[in-house]
Design a protein around this ligand. Structure first.
Ligand SMILES: Nc1nc2c(c(=O)[nH]1)N=C([C@H](O)[C@H](O)COP(=O)(O)OP(=O)(O)OP(=O)(O)O)CN2
Length: 170
C-alpha cells in the first residue's frame, strides 16, 4: 500500500512563550522566551479522489493549537522542585526550590500555560503538543496513520517525536 507524507511548516505555525529550563544539577535558567516554531508531518494512505485529507483541515488544527500556546509563560506543574499556588484568584504563584536555586514568581493566570510536565524542555513540549494535536485530530476526524511533530526554540535546532494514530476504538 502506498503511504504518503505531508509536511506542514508554515511560518504561522509558531507560538511565543516564556520559560526556564531546570537541569539535573539543580541549576535553573533565568526566565526567558522563544518564538517556538512547529512542523508537523502526517503519514496516510490516499482516500477517495487521491487525497490523504484536506490540507486546510490539518493546517487549521495545527494553527489553533499554536494560538492556544501563544503569549504564555509555560509552567511545569509536575516538576518535583516547584510548588504551584493558585489560591489567589486570577494569579499563579510559583515557589521554585532546587538544591542550588530558590526563586518565587507570580503571574496572572491568563498569561500562563500550565502543563503536566516536569520541566519545560523542548522534549517535553513536543510530546505534549503531539498528544494535544492527536486529540484535536481525533475530534475533527482527520484521517492519518502517524504524525511527527518537531518544535524548535531557534533556527537550526528541532526536537521531534512521532506518534502512531491509535487504532480505532469503535
Ligand atoms: N535537552 C535540552 N537542553 C536544553 C533545552 C531543552 O529544551 N532541552 N533548552 C534550553 C534553553 O531553553 C535555551 O534557551 C536553548 O538552549 P540552547 O539551544 O543551548 O541555547 P541557544 O538558544 O543560545 O542556542 P545557540 O546554539 O547558542 O543558538 C537549554 N538546554
Amino acid at each position: 500500500m502506498q503511504v504518503f507524507e505531508a509536511e506542514f511548516a508554515k511560518d504561522r505555525q509558531k507560538f511565543s512563550a516564556a520559560h526556564f529550563t531546570i537541569f539535573e544539577d539543580g541549576s535553573v535558567e533565568r526566565l526567558h522566551g522563544h518564538n517556538y516554531r512547529v512542523k508537523v508531518t502526517f503519514t496516510a494512505a490516499l482516500g477517495e479522489l487521491g487525497l490523504m485529507f484536506p490540507f486546510h483541515q490539518a493546517k487549521a488544527l495545527i494553527k489553533a493549537l499554536c494560538d492556544a500556546w501563544d503569549e504564555r509563560v509555560i509552567v511545569p506543574t509536575a516538576c518535583p522542585w516547584l510548588d504551584v499556588d493558585q489560591s489567589q484568584k486570577g494569579q499563579v504563584g510559583l515557589h521554585l526550590k532546587t538544591p542550588r536555586v530558590e526563586k518565587v514568581y507570580s503571574f496572572p493566570l491568563e498569561d500562563t500555560l500550565l502543563l503536566p510536565i516536569n520541566n519545560v524542555s523542548c522534549e517535553n513540549l513536543v510530546a505534549v503538543f503531539a498528544e494535544a494535536l492527536a486529540r484535536r485530530c481525533e475530534e475533527d476526524e482527520l484521517n492519518y496513520q502517524s504524525m511527527t511533530v518537531a518544535i524548535g526554540e531557534s533556527d537550526g535546532q528541532d526536537i521531534r517525536m512521532t506518534l502512531q494514530k491509535p487504532a480505532a476504538t469503535k
